[in-house]
Ligand binder design. Sequence first.
Ligand code: ZN
Length: 88
Amino acid sequence: MQAGIHPNYHDINVNCACGANWNTRSTIKGDQLRVEICSNCHPFFTGRQKLIDTEGRVSLFERKAAKSKAIQEELAARKTKKAETATV
Ligand SMILES: [Zn+2]
């Protein structure tokens, strides 16, 4: 093995936001790695529909979707009203 060209591959401890932690090996700096999601808590593995909404992106999308639906309903109501007045 040629010296001085290989990264420092060492034991590290990985901590997930869900509380799970395990040891592995990596070339990262330091010996601690923090992750937001792992195979213990990801919905794909757990089968549960649980989103970790760290930046509020999901609630923002839900608010936008509700607003859009309200506007569409209003437009549809306006359209039917117009049609009613046109036939009368
Ligand atoms: Zn986890």
